[in-house]
Design a protein around this ligand. Structure first.
Ligand code: PEP
Ligand code: MG
Length: 328
């Protein structure tokens, strides 16, 4: 199989009915960059910037952040990179970042983390914004914010970038040619405000890892709950389809960047609800490209519409049977 996947490296992921599906990878460290050429992925759909902070004994200086981001963009060449601002706090604590109000939280996943930390410790976000803007000089910068629950949080985070951009311009420094902003959709509250967030953004990345835990109120890191919910449940798939339908026709790229997208049946289901961009773990790129090449996207969409209107007892089984019958 490895040889089959290697041969798919230069194959553009187009479905049997001619739909171009974008298959990108998730990354976070310099070591991950080689995966871009190894897999032939369409870009980095999620660059988790907090990894540099997590592997460092002290807060990474701005220049160090700039160097990393520049290397990432260099390695990506013409392919897009979606940088996510730091998602730290909660359970990903940094010894050098005091969490006076976050210490000993009872529910860290829904606590003081991600953008909530960045907006309060705005020195951290300012440094990161400057590093990203400098690294992407004369290129396109794609930046997204994690755990956005309310549109004002996006505005506040973007204002930090605007401030840094104005500063660089006032100093006659080179700045990005274009800046595209996005949000992670991980908190269900944001999905109820799509009309309010849509005019502000150019892309949205659905983080199904967090989204699932919040939809089901089930801790993603608790193994006792792992069997309690399924990514292929009508709850998730209806939710995702509603998001895709609501944003349809708007110039917003929607990507799924949670672990779910790297699994065969889950990826099939995602394409069934209208997702056409996946950002996945590099090892899954070959298998998912192979799946796409055999898939009639129109047919899985039609099947999914029926299943979600009147869900079968076991949607996972129905999907598996559907795929087997078609030699997928
Ligand atoms: C997610 O929540 O699905 C996601 C991609 O972000 P992370 O796994 O880093 O929380
Ligand atoms: Mg997340």
């Amino acid at each position: 199989r490895q040889a089959v996947y290697a041969a798919l490296r230069d194959v553009v992921p187009v479905s049997a009915d001619g739909r171009r599906i974008s298959v990108m990878i998730n990354a976070g460290l310099r070591d991950d960059l080689a995966n871009l050429s190894l897999t032939g992925a369409d870009g980095i759909g999620l660059f988790r910037t907090e990894f540099q902070f997590l592997v460092s004994a002290t807060l990474p200086a701005r220049e160090r952040q700039t160097r990393l981001y520049r290397d990432v963009l260099e390695a990506a060449g013409n392919k897009p990179v979606l940088f996510r601002t730091v998602d730290i706090g909660g359970d990903k604590t940094l010894p050098y970042l005091r969490q006076d109000d976050g210490d000993g939280e009872e529910n860290p996943a829904m606590g003081w983390r991600a953008l909530r930390v960045a907006l309060e410790r705005d020195g951290l976000l300012k440094a990161q914004a400057r590093a990203l803007l400098e690294a992407a000089a004369d290129r396109t910068l794609n930046v997204m914010f994690p755990m956005v629950s309310e549109p004002w949080e996006f505005d506040a985070a973007k204002a930090v970038f605007d401030g840094q951009l104005a500063f660089l311009r006032s100093r006659k420094k080179r700045v990005p040619e274009a800046i595209r902003y996005g949000v992670m959709l991980e908190v269900p509250a944001l999905a109820e405000q799509l009309d309010l967030i849509a005019p502000k953004i150019q892309f949205m990345s659905i983080g199904t890892n967090d989204l699932t835990q919040f939809l089901f109120a089930a801790d993603r890191s608790n193994p006792k709950l792992a069997e309690r919910y399924d990514w292929l449940s009508p709850a998730i798939l209806r939710f995702l389809r509603r998001v895709v339908c609501t944003l349809e026709g708007q110039p917003i790229d929607i990507t799924v960047c949670g672990e779910m997208g790297g699994r065969q049946l889950e990826a099939l289901a995602l394409m069934g609800v209208g997702i056409e961009r996946l950002s996945i773990t590099p090892a899954s790129v070959g298998p998912i490209k192979e799946l796409i090449g055999k898939l009639d996207v129109g047919a899985i969409r039609a099947a999914m519409t029926d299943w979600l209107a009147s869900p079968p007892a076991n949607l996972r089984q129905s999907l598996a049977d559907w795929a087997t019958e078609r030699g997928i």
